[in-house]
Write a protein of this length. Structure first.
Length: 333
């Protein structure tokens, strides 16, 4: 199994001379199985560069790939309208998202569309009467609409974008998957819900005896003094024994104190979690848009110093620490 980072930045793209080493594109991770199958995680602006590369690799051939979305915040989907393989007839792309609960807002939106009105509030009785019917439309029980499709359909709507999702040339299949369900095709992909505003799906990609855990946009439990005492135990259990834990390291410990609840974490908490989970390597990603290459280098230095302190000054440790660079590749197994 091979992985490659095509986007490592968080929140907004940050291209330029000051981010050329670690990258300025927003989140996109490519995983290629041992059999050569293509898996993509998140569709930030990094997916545009991946798309260009896939066009070269699959020249004269059809692409059959799977795209998994960690959540629907814009920096994780904004690159998809410019993902060239999606416009090529004959290509096939399965798009997966975690199965989100149907909310009252969702029901109201569908009802407004059906009734042909701009605004409409559902009364309590009306909501109860329509629940079963509307749920069937919004969730994966009906192929016309689900959460995965909605993320892209609303983004590619006129006048905000000239090409609607239904006009793409490739065969797109949108699927909501429940927590714990495994998507298997030689590689097994499944997720656990984790802590982030509006929620985030933390994916585990497993092949034979090896695993990568993709925990972007994860916020640690700030109410617990130790990672073993609070909600971080869920991630520790999920990542246990993984070859690589990809973890959100957007903030320094000092900045995090001012941004609690924003949905991101620090290198200190990431290392604490990785040590408890017994992972072999932690790679920090989702770099803050204000962090230049020099700042990220300093964070990497501080992270390694923190690990050294945690190991009581021992140089040899089972955990390796890196900060993701756009274009960096890793082979597992």
């Amino acid at each position: 199994m091979k992985i490659k980072f095509w986007g490592t930045r968080g929140s907004i793209p940050k291209p330029g001379k000051s981010t050329i080493e670690y990258g300025g594109n927003t989140t996109c991770l490519e995983v290629i199985s041992g059999e050569g199958d293509e898996y993509i995680f998140d569709a930030g602006t990094g997916i545009t560069e991946l798309g260009a590369d896939l066009m070269k690799r699959y020249a004269g051939k059809t692409l059959d790939a799977k795209l998994f979305l960690s959540h629907k915040h814009w920096d994780h989907v904004q690159g998809f309208p410019f993902f060239t393989p999606a416009y090529i007839p004959g290509n096939k792309l399965d798009v997966y998202s975690g199965d989100a609960d149907v909310t009252k807002e969702d029901l109201e939106r569908v009802q407004r569309k059906q009734d042909g009105v701009e605004t409409r509030r559902i009364t309590k009785g009306d909501l109860t009467d329509r629940l079963t019917k509307e749920t069937a439309i919004i969730t994966n029980k009906n192929g016309e609409m689900n959460k995965a499709k909605a993320m892209f359909q609303y983004q590619q709507t006129k006048p905000y974008f000239p090409v609607e999702i239904k006009q793409t040339g490739a065969e797109l299949c949108f699927k909501d998957i429940a927590e714990g369900v495994k998507v298997s095709n030689g590689v097994e992909v499944s997720y656990r819900r984790m802590n982030h505003p509006d929620g985030v799906f933390c994916y585990k990609i497993a092949e034979k005896d090896h695993a990568v855990v993709f925990a972007t946009d994860y916020e640690h439990d700030s109410n617990a003094s130790l990672v073993t005492e609070g909600n971080d135990k869920k991630l520790i259990d999920w990542a246990r024994g993984a070859d690589i834990l990809i973890y959100d390291g957007q903030y320094t410990p000092e900045i995090y104190e001012k941004k609690k609840g924003w949905g991101h974490s620090t290198y200190e908490k990431g290392i604490d979690i990785a040590l408890e989970a017994g992972v072999k390597k932690i790679i920090f990603t989702h770099h803050d848009p204000t962090s230049t290459d020099e700042i990220v280098k300093d964070l990497e230095k501080r992270a390694k110093e923190y690990l050294y302190q945690r190991m009581d000054g021992r140089n040899h440790c089972c955990l390796s620490v890196e900060f993701a660079k756009e274009g960096s590749e890793y082979t597992i197994g």
